[in-house]
Design a protein around this ligand. Structure first.
Ligand code: GLN
Length: 304
């Protein structure tokens, strides 16, 4: 298996040159585009780590999966989806203009505006929200050292005016309640959590197992896993989610830090790292690798 993963990395390496490391958040531009990490874990406890799987990077939009889980635990499905939609969008992750139409709420929890809403719904004051996100990652990964990259956090906070604009617009429409700056601060911090491809694979396996959380929320764990997996499948790769579903067929979530989280329900968790991004903000090499892995391991959930 490791040899096959190495072969797939080798085959896709050239895709690094087709992408660019994100620089709209200045601190992200320091990443080395040639780093490639691949981790796969399965239900039987097998672990396959190849390449730069120890390299830390910021989780970015993959944290949207975690804020959705916590919002669902705290409020249940109806209340959450009263404020954010179930539907995919063909707009990019940081789209804003449709929020100005008076009947609109964010299309789904995987674009920035939707995630700002789910983050606002996490219960807790001050640092409690971010600590709950960190605690959830620690439970999912068994890694007690998960922490925030302060430099990236400050860089996001300083330059995140587009996110600020959408948050204030959502507040003016009554979709967001609470202190806008405090919500944004949690959002910037959650995006700046450092992980490795191995951490992502373990998060993926946790969801693949049906989110076996000990805390009892307003909703069954299995239902949370089903919702999160479905939303990842339809919206997790932004406005590339359709083509990705056709070619990969694995519920996934990307982040502009270069990570891809994959969930194969009842089977595998996958984590991939490659910081050069394509025009959708997805890892260019990560896409090639997970597409080939899916083919080789027959992981496409819609193929028989
Ligand atoms: N922190 C980033 C932002 O808000 C997350 C976006 C992403 O990973 N697609 O712009």
């Amino acid at each position: 298996m490791k040899d096959k993963i190495m072969e797939i990395i080798e085959k896709n390496k050239g895709l690094v040159r087709e992408g660019f490391v994100a620089d709209y958040i200045p601190a992200l531009s320091k990443a080395n585009p040639n780093n490639i990490g691949v981790s796969i874990v399965d239900l039987n406890g097998n672990i396959y780590n190849v390449g730069d799987y120890n390299e830390k990077f910021t989780i970015q939009s993959i944290s949207k999966v975690l804020s959705l889980i916590l919002a669902l635990l705290d409020h249940g499905e109806e209340k959450v989806f009263n404020k954010v939609g179930y539907e995919p969008t063909d707009e990019p992750f940081n789209t804003i203009y449709k929020l100005d139409f008076n009947w609109n709420k964010p299309s789904n929890p995987m674009i920035n505006s939707g995630a700002i809403v789910t983050t606002s719904l996490i219960k807790g004051n001050g640092d409690e929200k971010i600590n709950r996100i960190l605690d959830l990652i620690k439970v999912m990964t068994g890694n007690p050292n998960v922490s925030i990259d302060e430099e990236v956090y400050l860089s996001e906070k300083e330059t995140g005016n587009r996110n600020r604009a959408m948050a204030y617009l959502l507040k003016s429409k009554g979709i967001l309640s609470g202190d806008v700056e405090e919500i944004l601060d949690t959002y910037f911090k959650q995006c700046s959590i450092q992980v490795t491809s191995f951490d992502l694979a373990k998060i993926g396996l946790f969801i693949a197992k049906g989110c076996p959380l000990e805390t009892k929320g307003l909703i069954d764990n299995a239902r949370i896993a089903a919702i999160v997996t479905a939303i990842m499948f339809t919206s997790g790769m932004y406005n590339f989610s359709g083509e990705y579903a056709v070619n990969v067929g694995i519920p996934s979530k990307s982040g502009v830090g270069g990570g891809i989280l994959g969930v194969v329900p009842g089977n595998y968790g996958i984590g991939i790292y490659g910081p050069a991004l394509d025009r959708y903000g997805n890892s260019s090499v990560g896409y090639g690798i997970i597409r080939d892995l899916s083919q080789h391991l027959k992981l496409n959930i819609l193929s028989r």
